[in-house]
Design a binder for this molecule. Sequence first.
Ligand code: ZN
Length: 726
Amino acid sequence: MKGHRLILTVAAALMAALAVALLQGCTADTPGVELADEDQAALESLGYVANEIQHAGGTDPAKKVLVLGIDGMDWILASRLIDEGKLPRFQALAREGGFSPMLSSIPPQSPVAWSNFITGADPGSHGIFDFMHRDPETYLPYLSTSKAESAPDKAKVFGFIPVKNEFSMPFTDYVFPLAGGAALNLRRGVAFWQVLEAAGIPCTVFKIPSNFPPVPSEKGLVRSMSGMGTPDILGTYGTFSFYTTDPWPGSDDLSGGYVYEVDVVDNVVEATLYGPPNDFKDYEKIEERQGKPVAYDEKKVGIDFTVYVDPSNPVARLDIGTEEVLLKEGEFTDWVEVEFVMVPNLVTVKGLARFYLKQTHPEFELYCTPVQIHPVEQVLPITDPPEYGKELVDAVGFFYTQNMPEDTKALEHGVFDNDIFTRQSKIVFDERLELFRYELSRFDEGLLYFYFGSLDQSTHMMWRCMDPSHPNYKPEEDAAFADYLENLYIKFDSVLGEVVDSLDDNTTLIVLSDHGFAPYYRKFHLNRWLYDEGYLVLKPGVRPERVEWLLGIDWTQTRAYGIGINALYINTQGRESQGIVRPGREANELIDEIAAKLEQVRDPESDKRVVITAYKTSECYHGPYTKTAPDVILGYGRGYRGSDKTAGGGVGMEWITDNEDEWSGDHCMDYLHVPGVLFTNKSIASEQPALYDMAPTILAEFGIAKRNWMVGSSVFQTEENRLAGR
Ligand SMILES: [Zn+2]
């Protein structure tokens, strides 16, 4: 997940910091999970001492655990399809083993939820509270799971590179200060596979979210590929290019994509594919020479390409670099390797792209995927060890490496329609399945965790097609796709069949999702509501519709604000740089007051409650990072969600509006109302399995006691054993 449209907007600006790291050496070391000293000490005092972790006596050394992570598989939908006999393999697994709803995290967002799964703890221990966090010093938002880290030493390797610890880029009307350097994984805490590795158990961890860059293996027993959080070559969460003779109003300012106007001259199109900014150049000198600043877009390295359009047939030939590619209207090409030249003859950055010729005549329309980080020549670390990328390419060929590769933005902006989107999604699914089959075929010891994101992304975008009551349901286009999601569940049923047929008696199988799904009909604009209620105050002369990124807010009078999809913060003295609410009693009373009011908010159209529960994090989080958490997590009712506007720190004109986006299903609601699934080939003893139970469950399968920071327990344990501490 993640995977969320607002993030794609924000990512374009914020993840650009990562692009800088692209230029500062291909072997960027991965700081991995780094804890502040005090927090590391806290965790060690709780029992994480790697060299003391041992197998319990008598555990079968041939024991294996296979975990299939199917992001977004919904308990309600899955149960219905099982009842209708449409998922025979899931049905058999449920009958012979176990099937249960799976409690998600608070909030049920994928990076948070999978971090609960990874650490066996809640956000108070792993520090991921939402897709979006804010710096309490500057109030500037940033993506929560990874960031660029200043690394001047690396730049020195290439003596001539101008070392820059800070640069800025224009985004909408604002300028963001960004730091350059290597990528840093911001998830805190210890992953369960680190515990397994410490006990000598080999692990493969494929595309688990909140693991970019991948945690480095200590003993060489873990192979991992990063998932949600992994950028494209621009450093964003995915930015497509679209070349057209027919641009439309507003197409020059899209989130998650660039539209370029091109001309067809004598059946030839000349255009450029853009890569990361070239920080190998000394822009200070250039700016001095030309007497004006160099814009961010001008710093990007381009590859010129030529398309020869057949004058009468719907085909064309693309010449890019040394490659010649045949384009057929309505078809995606295979992967094309592209090479961006940073310093001629010295430094190049390689990537992968696929093209889609949407139209040849009368208009020319060519789509290009976000350029992928090359899995063999990784400009940012996406596998650990690095050679694992080559192993995968040798086994199955090239594949999407960015997180959440389904191009939801192309569909949102009308570059794709339902048909093109579902075909592109099929490419993603088929590639992933080949990778899975490869891993399954070589799985003969330890742990295999493998992640599929297709169901999550497709349910976000295609929910409206099966739900005529959605504000964005268009019968003429959508009715034909009413069964699309059901058929995707059926596809996963056949994947499960392959898995079950390959299992031996030593293997525990766990199939789970991180959350379920609900319709997303109405958008709640939290910051506008706080503004109307007098908790959020704007600086004189600032119009609410102009506010973005929390800029324009008068912090000297603001008591509460929202950032991210579910988070509300109190502007607290001593925490926020301009906090005005005293911590302790004053803050607690304010939290209670706002939470109570929010739970009373009713949709003026339906009279339904918008917020079911406003969760106070001081009551539901444990661990050293609770103090940095949002103060309240909003648990929305099914049908409602925090708007993208609020999530990006905007205020806007209205506090509730219809959702008319293609992004029509969601799960960032009250976690009790969007349960995921848990299937196993053993019976489940726990009455209410939760994501943070799964790390202790996996450890227990290998005979390893749960670690003291873990808040859950093995789902296979009876309550009696649990109470006895076994
Ligand atoms: Zn999602």
